[in-house]
Design a protein around this ligand. Structure first.
Ligand code: GLY
Length: 553
């Protein structure tokens, strides 16, 4: 009797394992209507993967400056029934007629804006194929049902918020250059006013064709034909062959372990998971909890510097180049990097061999989903720059990405964000450009975290700071609110939000040799979920910097 009592007591205090079911579902996304679209599907009997289709499609309609049918992304999946994990790589591919020098003039100089604006900047989109793949292989509901909210939003129209107007102002000139983009996203050629309702009937039609025919509805048939004709008439190089050959690839996620926490994150062609694991491996050699805040920040910055140096040197599409994945994510390798860190002095980036640039953007989008069976999705999607290439293909409503700018147009030349890329990320036909998107799961005996954020090259360091916060026992509200700082090897500066450092930390770190650049705006839009295994409760948070909605139901 006594034994049974003790056993019952012990069980009561043991944390649940992730094989148990969560008490509620949760969705966090960058737009309330996208979060609602996900719940509509869950409430209709769909699972987290169906909800991911619904949120992906809804974001394409209601947050067109961040992602869309004309873009790509990475969907990290965890299936509860058997613990299977995979990453859907729906990243854009370079067209088959692409050439490593396609953005250079006859003197070998980069032609400004050619990889940013207009259809020559666009890779072959992956979002429609990824939605169909999710529905066919992992979901329970037909695409028709999962896409219905997005179709309604596109048909009936949605009110736009301040972020939309800010992004439209930022991309005004480029949007004006595309007749269809201007007609859809602007109001009489200007930034829309507060009462503007964004209606996208042609996008609704394209979504309906995908709902009826699956991915063929986008990559073949009438829509495929219109896409190729529209792109080519405006100077692009897409062919029907490009569209027909596009394939989603399932890749093994990148795994790491940090003091009892399992990290599951994005594999190449994203640099996100590799750099995150490298940084955590470096930091695992320090007792960060016991250190003063300023000392801890010094080590974190030095870990960032080294991981971003490697990103630039070694990372690219692993179907085209050999990525030394095992080395970059090994503890032994990280120990070597750690040994090069002086505990009190910054290492000038010029003293680390390598030559690279990276770009901190403010585009892209992220969402996280947990369903009541414990299935999870962490997805980061992009069309690259705000409003992508600012080009809508006539008759389709599809806004194209400018993800070709994520390649190194000229190895060792910085792109629009000042990022330098290496040979590993040079343009080649059919290749996927290197990404920083870092959809991530973290798991320890306290809980399961599902998180990610937009933000160009700063994505990875935002996820790192949130991961460290999770491991300190803090909650999603704290992860998304953290004041952010970032080092990307080159330029050799710690970029940071206001108040990321107090005055005395700033002075100490400057004395240690760090240089700082305070940004004049905040960055990131993290969407996060915690399934607290100890108390079996679910929490979710949406970044206060954005207009998103996190809900637990
Ligand atoms: N276009 C942003 C990224 O993939 O990192």
């Amino acid at each position: 009797m006594r034994i049974w009592f003790l056993l019952a007591l012990l069980l009561a205090f043991l944390p649940l394992s992730a094989s148990e079911k969560p008490p509620s579902a949760a969705i966090a996304s960058a737009h309330p209507l996208a979060t609602q679209a996900g719940f509509d599907v869950l409430e209709a009997g769909g699972n987290a993967f169906d909800a991911a289709v619904a949120v992906t499609a809804a974001l394409a309609v209601v947050e067109p400056y961040g992602s869309g049918l004309g873009g790509g992304g990475f969907w990290l999946l965890h299936r509860a029934s058997d613990g299977f994990e995979t990453m859907l790589d729906g990243r854009e591919r370079a067209p088959l007629a692409a050439d490593r020098n396609m953005y250079l003039d006859e003197k070998g100089q980069i032609i400004k804006n050619l990889s940013l604006n207009g259809p020559l900047a666009a890779g072959i989109p992956g979002v429609p194929a990824a939605m169909a793949h999710l529905a066919d292989h992992y979901g329970k509901l037909p695409l028709k049902q999962s896409l219905s909210s997005a179709i309604r939003y596109a048909d009936q129209g949605v009110a736009v918020g301040d972020s939309y107007r800010r992004m439209a102002a930022f991309r005004l000139n480029a949007l004006r250059d595309s007749t269809d983009a201007s007609a859809i996203f602007l109001q009489r050629g200007a930034v829309p006013d507060e009462n503007f309702v964004l209606k996208q009937p042609e996008l609704a039609k394209t979504l309906k064709v995908i709902a009826d025919q699956g991915e063929k509805g986008f990559y073949q048939g009438i829509v495929g034909k219109k896409l190729v004709e529209g792109v080519r008439q405006a100077g692009g190089i897409w062919t029907l062959d490009d569209l027909q050959k596009y394939q989603v690839i399932e890749r093994k996620p990148v795994y790491g372990y940090y003091k009892g926490t399992k990290i599951v994150s994005a594999a190449p062609p994203s640099s996100g998971g590799v750099a995150l694991v490298t940084m955590l491996n470096i930091l695992s050699g320090y007792d960060l909890d016991a250190l003063e805040a300023v000392q801890k920040k010094h080590f974190v910055i030095e870990a960032m510097r080294r991981a971003y140096r490697d990103r630039a040197l070694y990372l690219g599409d692993s179907d085209f180049i050999d990525v030394p994945l095992e080395q970059l994510t090994s503890r032994l390798y990280a120990a070597g990097l750690r040994a090069s860190i002086h505990p009190e002095k910054a290492t000038p980036s010029s003293m680390l061999s390598g030559n690279v640039y990276e770009n901190p953007g403010f585009h892209t989008t992220h969402f996280s989903v947990l369903d009541k069976d414990g299935n999870r999705v962490s997805a980061t999607l992009s069309i690259n720059y705000p409003f992508g290439a600012a080009f809508v293909v006539p008759g389709t409503g599809v806004l194209l990405n400018d993800e070709m700018d994520d390649f190194s147009a000229k190895p060792s030349e910085p792109n629009i964000y000042g990022l330098v890329g290496g040979e590993a990320n040079a343009i080649a036909p059919g290749k996927r450009p290197l990404s920083s998107m870092t959809p991530t799961f973290l798991e320890n005996d306290q809980g399961v975290a599902i998180l990610g954020t937009p933000g160009g090259s700063r994505i990875i360091t935002m996820v790192l700071l949130a991961a460290l916060d999770f491991m300190e026992g803090n909650r999603p509200e704290s992860w998304v609110e953290l004041k952010r700082y970032h080092h990307q090897y080159l330029p050799d500066k710690v970029q940071h939000e206001v108040d990321a450092f107090n005055q005395s930390s700033l002075e100490s770190l400057k004395l240690a040799g760090h240089s700082f650049k305070q940004l004049n705006r905040t960055y990131g839009n993290m969407q996060a979920i915690l399934w607290d295994l100890k108390n079996n409760q679910v929490e979710a948070a949406s970044d206060p910097r954005g207009e998103g909605l996190a809900e637990v139901r």
